[in-house]
Design a protein around this ligand. Structure first.
Ligand code: FAD
Length: 482
């Protein structure tokens, strides 16, 4: 009967590949028609819109995660990477601020733009240097990383208890604030920001050619080439439990009217969703799963709305990620939007149709939990109209800030939190978890403490989630299989 894995996202595919390498009969049940979950991209009118990964932690061969990406076929010796450098540029002209990967170059550039922030810039660059030794771990931090943390302890403690906006508000230069505010989300701790900047400075955090969709295609192929089976368009409605023998045991899943038996079940769909929907009784204190209550109360979801545009103009002269203040702020879901950023794929081969360089794919992401807003729009029938309204506002703001784009938007696509919820089963359309200032890392079990033969993996099991946690928990859970 073997192992059934719910979900062909990064965690499910990773666990499935390592399970097959151990010779375990493994089948993945995936509700969508394609693999990848949140690690996804799609095509509209000949343009490719990246709707998932923007950087891959573990793309550098020096990191512990790298081996997992190689083992799972996510990357291979022939994979080409784009190293966004600068990673982000805020503003334009001589006032523009660019976050370069090279720390000395970054320091010189920032000091040139904003000498009045000299002491903060010096501190920022010293901290980034410390964080280049701390890459996302698989099984705990290596000794060198721990030493670097200890060495920088005074600022480490400060960074972990202050949010990104608190950290950036101290800089006098608005473009520096804008650039730093748009690296990780606004609710994150300053520690997460420094960790991410350290990742870039160390040479990690690259973007594999072909992006999300090509990476998951390689992983799915690796899994099936090892003899694993993936059943698409099959939603797991319930994990089947047997309580007859005195203990509770998972023995398969129910999908519609069909019962699929298994020796063990691994849930990799969004755990926040799963604890309330995949079991006859929601998991919690009453079922011996107090961890599930902690997950409910501690979760601060990362949620965004994505506006993707296909533009009939070449934008390769612009940086890969550009943040800008709006000339005329607009309102969206009750919030005033004063700045935006876009990811620019103009120089990535195959992302736009026609003559290379003549058209460009760009994606704009607006952070904020708008799930309730879009839910209301769905209920009152204004969903399509509100999506169009948002696209119009964003396009207008772009045209005002970048006149070379004016009148060139020929394809537009708005993905709301509801889109991610519908296609990936993610809770409130959330694809990561905010690691808040002053909070330690939340960790949840990989093996159920109350139900035999039931395992868990996926981004939600450790803050902040993302691809590294999905892959690491997929790897770790497979270590538990006999
Ligand atoms: C726009 C965007 C940008 C991102 N950028 C980055 C980045 O740059 N770097 C980074 O590290 N991370 C990034 N992430 C986050 C990262 O993509 C996710 O955290 C990660 O892919 C989660 O993987 P997972 O396997 O844990 O879960 P998921 O991707 O949620 O996979 C779960 C799978 O289970 C399936 N499923 C759900 N319910 C059921 C059911 N009942 N039955 C059957 N199947 C089911 C889903 O369809 C899905 O395929 C980004 C995400 C988004 C959306």
């Amino acid at each position: 009967m073997g192992l059934i894995i719910i979900g062909a996202g990064i965690a499910g595919l990773t666990a499935g590949i390592y399970a097959r390498l151990k010779g375990i009969d493994t089948q993945i049940i995936e509700m969508h028609s394609i693999p990848g979950g949140n690690c996804t991209s799609w095509k509209r009118g000949g343009y490719t819109f990246e709707g998932g990964m923007h950087w891959l932690t573990g793309s550098s061969a020096k990191t512990p995660l790298h081996k997992i990406w190689l083992d799972t076929g996510a990357i291979n010796a022939g994979t080409k990477f784009f190293a966004r450098d600068p990673f982000i540029t805020a503003g334009s002209g001589s006032d523009a601020v660019s976050l370069y990967r090279d720390i000395e170059r970054l320091k010189e550039h920032l000091l040139g733009v904003s000498p009045e922030d000299a002491s903060l810039i010096g501190r920022l660059c010293t901290d980034i240097k410390h964080f280049t030794f701390i890459s996302a771990p698989v099984d705990g931090f290596p000794p060198r990383a721990i030493w670097e943390v200890v060495k920088s302890l005074p600022s480490f403690a400060w960074l972990s208890t202050h949010s990104v906006p608190e950290y950036t508000a101290r800089f006098k230069n608005p473009a520096i604030r804008l650039a730093l505010n748009n690296v990780v989300g606004p609710g994150f701790s300053a520690l997460s920001l420094l960790f991410t900047l350290g990742c870039f400075a160390s040479g990690d955090g690259l973007y594999p050619e072909g992006g999300s969709i090509e990476m998951v295609r390689r992983m799915a192929e690796r899994f099936t080439s090892l003899g694993g089976k993936i059943r698409y368009n099959c939603r797991a409605d319930q994990v089947l439990l047997d309580t007859a023998a005195g203990s509770t045991q998972a023995w398969g899943i129910r999908s519609g009217d069909e019962l699929i038996q298994a020796d063990a079940v691994l849930v990799t769909s969004d755990m926040r969703q799963a604890i309330d929907s995949l079991f006859a009784q929601p998991l919690g204190k009453e079922t011996g799963d107090a961890w599930a209550d902690k997950l409910r109360s501690r979760l601060r979801p990362v949620v965004s709305t994505f506006i993707s545009l296909g533009l009939k103009t070449g934008l390769a002269h612009l940086p890969d990620k550009v943040a800008f203040y709006l000339k005329e702020p607009f309102e969206y879901a009750g919030k005033k939007i004063e700045s935006l950023f876009f990811n620019n794929y103009a120089s990535y081969p195959g992302y736009a149709p026609g003559i290379p360089g003549a058209a460009s794919s760009i994606t704009i992401s607006i952070s904020g939990d708008t799930w309730a807003y879009w839910n209301k729009c769905q209920t009152n029938g204004s969903y399509a109209e509100k999506k169009q309204e948002l696209a119009d506002k964003v396009i207008k703001a772009l045209y005002a800030a970048f006149p070379e784009m004016a009148g060139t938007a020929e394809v537009q696509d708005v993905a709301t939190p509801q889109s991610y919820e519908r296609y990936c089963g993610t809770w409130h359309g959330s694809w990561m978890t905010i690691w808040e200032a002053g909070k330690g890392q939340a960790r949840y079990p990989l093996k159920s403490p109350s139900i035999e033969n039931l395992f868990f993996a996926g981004q939600r099991l450790r803050t902040p989630g993302g691809l590294p946690i999905a892959a690491a928990t997929g790897y770790q859970v497979a270590e538990l299989f006999k």
